[in-house]
Design a protein around this ligand. Structure first.
Ligand SMILES: O=C(O)CCC(=O)C(=O)O
Length: 367
């Protein structure tokens, strides 16, 4: 152990890179999905100057076998836009699922939650305490102080609802999410808490990605960083973040009816990638939904109990785990014009290939 500390400290002195990195695997073995012999683990090299953090990473090298295997992700595509089909979510009731776009696949299900479930989530969030929403890796207070409201990226309050095994209401919703997404249950249990959000009049969230685009976000290279759901490291608002979001799927629930406005808008859905790139480079800021909500074609109107889901990433065709980000998944909430808007977000996280052995910090059985 002492030898290891010495080696790590030396590695730290030599290399100021703050994060563990993975040596390039032998590509002839890249298609080894389950890696039962720990082949790829042997190629991991730690460059942390911070020894404590390094030990946290070390733990996953010998983590218990059940965490070493991730089942493949599920990715399903609609035949065409507006295609509707029946879906079995609860016994004795048939729901309908409708595709709203193909890239990314966006699906809508009415009455996914009952009125009682919506009210329960709102009450639990209020009891938890609603506080001003933030934006990943940024300090929203600086924006609020320096910009007019329509330029501020996000104006809302939020609370996190942690998943507990004994919460029957939330567990039954999780069962339905498993059926909706057709994902292995482990991914659902490993995902983040539910985020409940409330917007007043003028409240909005400009279009953004729920996941990190590892090579591009804020001109920072996030590729070597662990996924946030696999680490307890804090997000430092001044220095950038120490992890990246690896949110494969978003499931968003509308918890009330909004009198006017508050649509969820997908400004680039079903655009060709080239068009997305051009639009983003152009003079008009299409991400500003206070100004451009009207121009967006694919918008979902809030309705109490409705759920929408979409993919933020493709599935990696080589290994069945987290694949490339889908840039067309930019989305946000348009200004609420009248009334109030309550939603809940549930993000299903998944590891990219290089982090597949690291367990989630959110597994409900661990809390
Ligand atoms: O409010 C909405 O409709 C969208 C919310 C959203 O994009 C988010 O919370 O990430």
């Amino acid at each position: 152990m002492l030898l290891m500390i010495g080696q790590l400290a030396e590695a730290g002195r030599r290399n100021l890179d703050r994060y563990c990195e993975i040596r390039k695997p032998d590509y002839s073995k890249l298609f080894l999905l389950e890696d039962p012999w720990g082949y790829l683990d042997k190629n991991l090299k730690c460059n942390f100057p911070d020894i404590d953090e390094c030990f946290e990473m070390e733990q996953f090298f010998d983590y218990k076998p059940q965490y070493r295997r991730y089942e493949h992700l599920t990715y399903y595509l609609p035949l065409n836009v507006d295609a509707t089909t029946d879906i079995d979510l609860v016994r004795g009731k048939t729901h309908q699922i409708t595709a709203r776009s193909v890239v990314p696949p966006i699906y809508e299900v009415e009455d996914f939650l009952t009125d009682e479930e919506c009210d329960y989530i709102i009450e639990r969030a209020k009891a938890e305490g609603m506080a001003q929403s933030g934006v990943f890796g940024e300090d929203i207070n600086i924006e609020l102080q320096s910009k007019p409201p329509e330029e501020v990226s996000r104006i809302s309050d939020q609370a996190w609802l942690y998943l507990h095994e004994d919460d029957k209401v939330i567990n039954s919703i999780m069962d339905r999410i498993t059926k909706l997404t057709k994902m292995p249950r482990k991914y659902i249990d490993d995902s983040e808490a539910i985020q409940v959000v409330n917007y007043g009049v003028g409240g909005h969230y400009h279009a953004h990605m729920d996941t990190t685009r590892p090579e591009f976000d804020d001109d920072k290279d996030y590729r070597a960083l662990p996924c946030c759901y696999q680490t307890k490291c804090e997000i430092d608002l001044n220095l950038g973040s120490c992890c990246k979001n690896c949110r494969y799927i978003t499931v968003l629930f509308y918890l009330n009816d909004v009198e006017e406005g508050g649509e969820t808008a997908f400004p680039f859905a079903d655009f060709r990638q080239r068009d997305v790139d051009d639009l983003r480079k152009g003079k008009i800021d299409y991400l500003n939904l206070s100004k451009y909500c009207k121009k967006v074609h694919i918008k979902v109107k809030p309705k109490k109990g409705k759920a929408i889901m979409w993919y933020n990433h493709e599935k990696d065709s080589h290994n069945g785990l987290l694949g490339p980000v889908i840039d067309q998944a930019f989305h946000g909430g348009c200004d609420v014009k009248k009334g109030t808007k309550w939603i809940a977000n549930f993000w299903i996280s998944a590891p990219p290939f290089e982090h597949r052995n690291k367990p989630s910090v959110f597994n409900i059985k661990n809390n």
